[in-house]
Design a protein around this ligand. Structure first.
Ligand code: SAM
Ligand code: SF4
Length: 317
């Protein structure tokens, strides 16, 4: 289905939980989330009905996210059932990777086609600092498990944070030489109340081009990243610029939060609840959300944080 601005809406990001085993400083508060009552959150059957309703309106791609989707007990079942829905051509998943040693193979068996793994640093101490508790070795073992499980594509995502990991751009991009993966750098988005990094942390993706003069431009693949490649690499380096050059004009996305709110735009406070509705009711809410999808989001900067009213773990990125 098209929105008012002629954008075809084909991509749903489904957040299956707000909970996470890490506490990344830019994503969620240190004390975690105030755990909501079970009854407020979408049940597995409701998630599946919602994906079916969205597929009837033309959604073909589903990305499962969170919070950390792999802490969800029934994650494999959710992915398998979603992948069987008529019209859904691919189910992808975004994870911090730490639980992939146990779950990579079951997720691949459940027909998850692609994985995005978040990894902001290759330094053990910095990983522990930015995640407030994580072990780098667990994320790297997760990456190895994902490579062995045979996903169609694996992308590694790093949030670019000035003064934290901008000195690691060559090392992170170097992963595309070591492994058949894409490495994507994402500009830090100042969210509701997570992470006060100050203006110097908001580094534009131009820093990647400056640090890697050998990058060769690559053809567009229809995604939000501008693509490049290092000589001799097995995968691309992608730049995602939600702050310095937003991509709203080509946005094909809707988001569904774990507590059942459709968000037509990541940075807008607009939300449409589907909790407790039957499939026809959900479909009507998806239609409303598509028709009300804003033309673009407001400026993001150190002085102007996202208007979404949520932290990233409560949306799904
Ligand atoms: N837990 C999973 C993970 O970390 O990949 C999935 C959920 S996480 C919210 C999805 C993506 O959002 C991750 O790649 C994360 O780095 C990114 N993210 C979170 N907060 C962000 C922020 N303030 N700015 C830019 N990206 C952010
Ligand atoms: Fe958890 Fe992902 Fe947020 Fe990090 S970015 S706190 S891993 S949800």
């Amino acid at each position: 289905m098209q929105d008012r601005f002629g954008r075809e809406i084909t991509y749903l990001r489904l957040s299956v939980t707000e909970l996470c085993n890490l506490r990344c400083r830019y994503c969620m508060p240190e004390d975690g989330v105030c755990k909501k009552a079970h009854a407020e959150m979408l049940a597995e059957d409701e998630m599946i009905s919602a994906v079916r309703a969205a597929a009837e309106l033309g959604v073909t791609k589903l990305r499962v996210t969170g919070g950390e989707p792999l802490v969800k007990r029934n994650i494999v079942s959710i992915c398998r059932r979603a992948a069987e829905i008529p019209g859904i051509r691919e189910v992808c998943l975004t994870t911090n990777g730490t639980l992939l040693p146990q779950l990579a193979a079951p997720l691949r068996d459940a027909d998850v086609k692609r994985l995005n793994i978040s990894l902001d640093t290759l330094d053990k101490q910095k990983y522990h600092y930015i995640t407030r508790r994580g072990e780098l070795s667990e994320a790297l073992e997760g990456l190895e498990a994902a490579l062995s499980a045979g996903f169609e594509r694996i992308k590694i995502n790093a949030v670019l944070i000035g003064g934290f990991n901008d000195d690691e751009i060559p090392a992170l991009a170097g992963l595309t030489r070591k492994y058949p993966v894409d490495m994507r750098f994402i500009e830090l988005m100042p969210m509701y109340d997570s992470g006060d990094f100050g203006a110097k942390a908001l580094v534009p993706c131009d820093a990647v081009l400056a640090a890697l003069p050998g990058l060769q431009p690559q053809p567009d693949d229809g995604g939000v990243a501008k693509l490049y490649r290092l000589p001799g690499a097995q995968g691309n380096v992608g730049l995602i610029r939600p702050v310095s050059a937003h991509f709203c004009a080509a946005c094909s996305r809707l988001r569904l939060t774990a507590d059942g709110k459709i968000k037509p735009c990541l940075h807008s406070p607009l939300e449409y609840s589907i909790k407790g509705l039957d499939e026809a009711g959900m479909r009507a809410q998806f239609e409303r959300a598509i028709l009300e999808k804003p033309a673009r989001h407001a400026e993001l900067s150190a002085a102007h944080r996202s208007e979404s009213g949520r932290n990233m773990n409560q949306i799904g990125g």
